[in-house]
Design a protein around this ligand. Structure first.
Ligand code: LIP
Length: 280
């Protein structure tokens, strides 16, 4: 069955998306190799801070995003691109790539392996492609809408047999969230007998939800480039996600993803008031 996603009077067929997925996998793996080279030379990197001393960026982030943008421009010049380091470049094809060149920058710059290259793509704000490459683990998570999700080419599915008491939840938070609100999420999870991990890469933890390693992921305020690839992966692996605001890819928003069985409870546990957001 040929599925066509109508958007902005431009239709992208299954075949179109499959071609972009193959391109995205090659591109993300090449970007991952570049990032890994920087990772091995990280002591040479000039590190800058953004919003605060925990919000870091280096030449590696910028050069990897530049390499991704060059490849997209060479192959799909009419596509739009939204990247963490260089913002929005509008396109006319109806598809926008949503890219975090190095997600888990803090882990990366502190010499830890839990970082990844996250390449998503949206049509009308809806994720239709997702590739997450974790070079230190030699893992490539990949999905397109309607095509299922894979890890290194092997199909994956969310952990339907687990719940918040038997599985592990990924949590994220940062300076945009009132500390007490973030702590309440942890407290609520512990109170029901759950537990959590936070590895600093929301994209990689969303990939872990798709692969059945985490039962869910929640973060009160996260950027589109951190979550769009992971959202496509989780949906295609049989999970549920909280849709990202379609016309507000520039603004951080609440992110939630899990198995169908745990979604309602994780939504309740991880809810925070609007007053506890946007501190920065
Ligand atoms: C990170 C996100 C993570 C969030 C961190 C940071 P970065 O992205 O993946 O979910 O909690 O504060 O924003 O900055 O490493 O690309």
């Amino acid at each position: 069955m040929i599925t066509t996603f109508q958007e902005n009077s431009v239709s992208l067929s299954d075949t179109d998306l499959a071609a972009r997925l193959a391109f995205a996998e090659t591109m993300a793996k090449a970007a991952g190799a570049t990032a890994l080279d920087y990772f091995r030379r990280r002591d040479e990197l000039v590190i800058e801070t953004k919003r605060n001393p925990q919000d870091l960026v280096s030449e590696a982030d910028k050069k990897v995003e530049e390499s991704i943008r060059e490849r997209i421009a060479a192959s799909f010049a009419d596509d739009g691109v939204l990247g963490e380091e260089y913002g929005m470049t509008p396109g006319t094809s109806g598809l926008t790539w949503v890219v975090d060149p190095i997600d888990g920058t803090s882990a990366f710059l502190n010499g830890m392996p839990n970082w990844c290259v996250s390449v998503g793509a949206c049509i009308d704000g809806e994720p239709v492609l997702g590739v997450i490459v974790a070079p230190c683990f030699d893992e490539c998570y990949s999905a397109r809408r309607g095509g299922g999700a894979t890890l290194n080419g092997v199909p994956v599915r969310v952990a339907d047999s687990l719940d918040l008491r038997t599985g592990v939840v990924g949590l994220g938070s940062n300076d945009r969230v009132e500390p007490a609100a973030a702590a309440r999420i942890v407290e609520s999870l512990f109170k029901i007998g759950g537990t959590f991990v936070r590895n600093g890469s929301g994209a990689l933890m969303l990939a872990y939800v798709a692969a059945g390693r985490l039962v869910g992921y929640a973060e009160p305020s996260m950027n589109a480039w951190d979550c769009m690839a992971g959202y496509c992966l989780v949906r295609e692996a049989g999970g549920i996600v909280l849709p990202f605001p379609q016309n507000a890819l520039f603004e951080p928003a609440r992110v939630l993803a899990s198995t169908a069985g745990s979604y309602a409870e994780l939504e309740r546990i991880s809810a925070v008031s609007p007053q506890s957001l946007a501190r920065a």
